[in-house]
Write a protein that binds this ligand. Structure first.
Ligand SMILES: [Zn+2]
Length: 199
């Protein structure tokens, strides 16, 4: 029976797979990053790594490849929408592929909870990028360098609020390098998953 796409968490699994031989070399790092995200977010999900993409992705992948200024690029939304139609089991997907994104062209990865889909560009397929995208797919869509602060967390000091300058550390800073999941992010995810999967 077809499930609603956003209910992927009910299957309690995240599947990671490569598209193309070149992407395979990034699999160990991407897997480590996704596992670190699940661990830090304290969400009860199993991470499964496949050496080949599942059959249902074939149509989605071919539709997602588009031309942009003479280069073959990957269209995240086309892939996500096709996947939403053909994926029959409840789980999230993490695709590793070796193309630039169509838009934004500079992205290292893209991920949306509603589709249960993260895509990592293999050339950026390191642990940090995979962990960052996995936190997005778990439901945290913000970037922590946006001007939004929640006072009361130790890593949200008044100084930051008063100067209007965001702190630059943290996993969820756009194109950052720090792997540390800030307390506010962790709390947001914990509350979100408590609502999704009450214990
Ligand atoms: Zn991001």
């Amino acid at each position: 029976m077809k499930h609603e796409v956003w209910r992927w968490g009910e299957g309690r699994e995240i599947w990671i797979y490569p598209e193309g031989e070149d992407a395979k070399s990034s699999l160990p790092d991407v897997t480590a990053g996704v596992k670190a995200a699940v661990h830090d977010a304290e969400v009860d999900l199993k991470v499964v790594t496949l050496s080949q993409p599942p059959d249902y992705t074939r149509e989605a992948f071919s539709k997602a490849l588009v031309q942009r200024k003479g280069e073959t690029c990957f269209d995240y939304w086309r892939y996500a929408k096709t996947l939403a139609r053909v994926r029959t089991e409840a789980h999230a997907d993490v695709l590793v592929m070796n193309h630039s994104f169509r838009s934004p062209y500079w992205a290292h990865g893209m991920a949306v909870f509603d589709y249960g889909l993260a895509v990592v560009a293999g050339m950026w397929g390191d642990t940090h990028t995979a962990k960052h995208e996995a936190i997005h797919v778990l439901g945290y869509h913000m970037h922590d360098d946006f001007p939004l602060w929640v006072l009361g967390y130790p890593d949200e000091p008044w100084g930051c609020f008063l100067t209007g300058r965001p702190r630059e550390e943290g996993l969820m800073v756009l194109l950052g390098k720090d792997d540390h999941l800030r307390q506010r992010t962790r709390a947001a995810l914990r509350e979100f998953w408590n609502v999704l999967q009450p214990t």
